[in-house]
Design a protein around this ligand. Sequence first.
Ligand code: THU
Length: 153
Amino acid sequence: MAGELPSDLELVHLAEEARADAYTPYSHFAVGAALLCTDGSVYPGCNIENAAYTPSNCAERTAFFQAVREGKRDFSAIAIVGGPEGESVSGRCAPCGVCRQVMMEFCDPVRFRIVLGLGGDKLEVHTLEELLPLGFGPHDLGHEAPGERGCRP
Ligand code: THU
């Protein structure tokens, strides 16, 4: 979906579509995400659980890892929706701490926007800096953030 940039609400709707693929036999809590790259492409993600529990993957990381696997490094926003499996979204699903840290690896915390779908057409927007204050990232180890390395095709 490269080209025209989706609105925040369109991104939330794409996250809702991705949520339909969630594999959640244990928590029965289905999450969907839609990660917007600066080139306009969008990567969907859903949570994928596991009988051993710890290998479970959140929707946000599913989206990030697929995007990075395809060579993407520059991200502008992610929409997230979640709630009990089989029910429509009716409240906030904020990203877990591990997913916030993965965002910190690839995104400028001041500019990267986290769009939380609240149900219907309601949403709220935060920056990564708001959700992960004083985050530890590549710069703390003397590295440029991936988007600054010019390693995109
Ligand atoms: N989960 C996500 O996928 N993203 C979030 O932002 C919060 C939690 C998943 C993990 C697990 O599969 C289920 O929701 C319940 O924690």
